[in-house]
Design a protein around this ligand. Structure first.
Ligand code: PDD
Length: 283
């Protein structure tokens, strides 16, 4: 069966789907996006992702091209049409198509594309068992990374550096030597039963997976602190993790040359993953 994408009101063949060369997303990264996980044909934490999408749109002053209920309808259609059991939904809204000019165009309709992709939970679980390696890089991003914009060149370069160094993810350092977050995930360390993650501010994306894990761990009375951490803290960490819609909770076993714990996933990895999986809302 052909893979189907949604582009500005139409369902079309994914391979032939296209937007105009003067779409402002293409020329200025003038748009925002969301990534939703799909588990068992259901959307994970849909309401929180949609809320963040509307916040991002509001911050960049773009009006939603469709009404709120229509998003759920289209995403469900795509899951069905593409027979996605487990996978990801990518949703992007840009300011629309207009002759290239920095100022906002007048009377331009925002563009909306939504795509879906299948992923394998077996792949996730086998990656989870081994854990991932992380490379430290500088955080070269702008000052409003709390908005989920298309402006992704710094994280692209950070991730590529990680890959070239045999790692799976980059943890980015701010000018004071604190880890802000991963190139496409939030960062966590565990020191002596205390779980630490960077506090939400304009300097990190407030991950929906992060939010769900925090809610889940509060119920389980896990000792959690939202505070900045640096490389010295990582050296003292017994375990480390990343969270994102694409990786759920994923243990980290090495950061640069620092082995976390014994270089193998620790006891809390499964506890946190299971708590997260229990806490998610499926729609
Ligand atoms: N990225 N921080 C950054 C910089 C991210 O890009 C992401 C997600 C997260 C985690 O957010 P969430 O838990 O809501 O997925 C944190 C998505 C998955 C991406 O760009 O592909």
């Amino acid at each position: 069966m052909t893979r189907i994408a949604y582009v500005n009101g139409k369902y079309c063949d994914h391979d032939l789907a296209h937007v105009h060369i003067e779409d402002r997303g293409y020329q200025f990264a003038d748009g925002v996006y969301e990534v939703f996980a799909v588990l068992n044909k259901k959307i994970v934490d849909y309401d929180d992702h949609l809320k963040r999408l509307y916040r991002s749109l509001n911050e960049i002053k773009v009006k939603s091209p469709i009404c709120k209920d229509a998003f759920l309808f289209i995403i469900r259609n795509l899951i069905r049409k593409n027979n996605v059991t487990n996978g990801l939904i990518y949703l992007q809204v840009t300011r629309g198509v207009a002759e290239r000019d920095f100022k906002f165009p007048k009377n331009t309709k925002p563009s909306l594309i939504i795509t879906s992709k299948k992923t394998s939970m077996d792949d996730y679980f086998s990656k989870f068992k081994k854990g991932i390696k992380v490379k430290i890089t500088d955080d070269l991003r702008w000052k409003r990374v709390d908005i989920k914009t298309l402006n992704l060149l710094p994280p692209v370069l950070a991730k590529q550096k990680a890959i070239e160094n045999g790692c799976d993810e980059a943890w980015m350092l701010d000018s004071e030597g604190f880890i802000t977050e991963g190139s496409s995930s939030n960062a966590w360390i565990l020191i002596k039963n205390k779980l630490i993650t960077t506090p939400a501010s304009n300097s990190i994306l407030k991950g929906i997976t992060r939010l769900s894990l925090i809610k889940a761990l509060k119920k389980k009375k896990i000792n959690l602190v939202e505070k900045k951490f640096n490389i010295n803290d990582i050296k003292n960490a017994d375990e480390a993790f990343i969270t994102s819609a694409t990786q759920f909770v994923m243990p980290v076993v090495k950061v640069d040359n620092i082995k976390i714990g014994k270089g193998k996933i620790g006891n809390y990895a499964n506890i946190f993953k299971d708590a997260y999986m229990e806490a998610i809302q499926l729609k």
